[in-house]
Write a protein that binds this ligand. Structure first.
Ligand SMILES: [Zn+2]
Ligand SMILES: [Zn+2]
Length: 357
């Protein structure tokens, strides 16, 4: 195949001191491989990861950098070995665009845990090309990390499922959430709102934990069975040993959170799982063995999700007609969306629509 020089465009950070002042740049896409799919982007959600990366909270990022990993668009090109997609198909790409496909994890449908995973942005390919994200015209990803979007789900609704939706679906599924189980959700933002929607659809009893009065009406409409105001002293006491799973989407802990209070709400062998990733200087609050041993509870994490789980999640959304709570903005307003997200003003996810000519 003759090698074409393709130049893509995206909204990039060029100076971390102006982290959300994004400028259109041209960039070189990854070298096209036989198992790659190129997607012409129509929509991209705005994830907390974008803020942590741009503000350098997770460490120094590459420059210039285009973020965005909740991508939906149409297939524009397929490699010779691609069997699942054809040009024109509507597809999504999430927070991961590649892995080795050969290790134990990849073979066990745990490709999201592959030690050679390639993140959708702020990563580097072995040949030196920098992976740029979805606030852009197009992206190339390995077929394994491209997800077919069912006809019944609109692109604007599918976009934020690619990271936020999948990141909470995976641990809910892994830890057996379903009828007869009680699930607590900490942090009701983009991820947390999906966790409520999915956990209800899976048949569980849902407890939403928030200290934000302005979200309580929304949380009821999302279907939570119980809203727990964490601003109230001793909020955890009535819920001692009630929960089978406690999912934390919080990406900030600070020194005020008493993790022991949360752990005390877990039933025997209950699981606390964090999917939120705070800044590097914000560790989990300290706990003592006394917080774990009396109920045999477990502490863990979860990283995005696999293709298998993504397809299940999309089928759940399709079959039950589940729609996320989103606001759309043109991609040129990504800076505003990022600032609102940093200021906790989003209800509950921004989705950017393509506007680079
Ligand atoms: Zn994300
Ligand atoms: Zn692998």
């Amino acid at each position: 195949m003759p090698s074409k020089t393709v130049v893509l465009k995206g909204y990039a950070m060029t100076d971390p001191s102006k982290w959300n002042d994004l400028k259109v740049i041209e960039f070189k896409p990854k070298t096209f491989a036989a198992d790659d799919v190129e997607v012409a982007i129509t929509h991209c959600g705005v994830c907390g990861s974008d803020v942590h990366t741009l503000t350098q909270g997770w460490g120094e990022s590459k420059l210039p950098l285009v973020v965005g990993h909740e991508i939906v668009g149409t297939v524009a090109r397929v490699g010779d070995k691609v069997t699942e997609f054809k040009i024109g198909d509507r597809v999504g790409v999430g927070a991961q665009r590649g892995s080795c496909l050969e290790c134990r994890e990849c073979k066990d449908d745990y490709e999201n845990y592959c030690p050679q995973s390639i993140n959708t942005y702020d990563a580097e390919y072995p040949d030196g090309v920098v992976a740029q994200g979805g606030y852009s015209t197009a992206i190339r990803a390995q077929e394994r990390f491209v997800f077919p979007i069912p006809d019944e789900i609109e692109s604007r609704d599918a976009a934020s499922m690619m990271c936020a939706g999948l990141t909470v679906y995976s641990p809910l599924k892994t830890h057996g959430v379903g009828p007869g189980k009680s699930v607590g959700i900490m942090g009701i933002g983009g991820l947390g709102h999906y966790a409520i929607l999915w956990a209800k659809a899976m048949g569980a009893e849902v407890y939403a934990f928030t200290h934000d009065d302005s979200k309580m009406e929304d949380i009821k409409k999302m279907g939570a069975d119980h809203i727990v105001d964490t601003g109230k002293k001793d909020f955890h006491k009535d819920l001692a040993r009630k929960l089978d799973v406690l999912l934390s989407t919080r990406d900030m802990f600070g020194d005020k959170t008493s993790l022991d209070h949360y752990l005390s709400m877990l039933y025997v062998h209950g699981v606390f799982v964090t999917v939120g990733l705070p800044d590097a200087d914000d560790p989990l609050p300290s706990i003592h063995a006394f917080d774990l041993v009396p109920t045999g509870c477990l502490l863990g994490g979860s990283k995005i999700g696999s293709k298998k789980e993504c397809l299940e999640m999309l089928e759940l959304a399709r079959s039950k007609g589940i729609k996320p709570w989103i606001e759309e903005l043109p991609m040129s307003q990504a800076g505003k969306a990022l600032q609102d997200l940093k200021d906790n003003k989003v209800r509950y996810r921004y989705v950017l629509t393509q506007d680079i000519a």
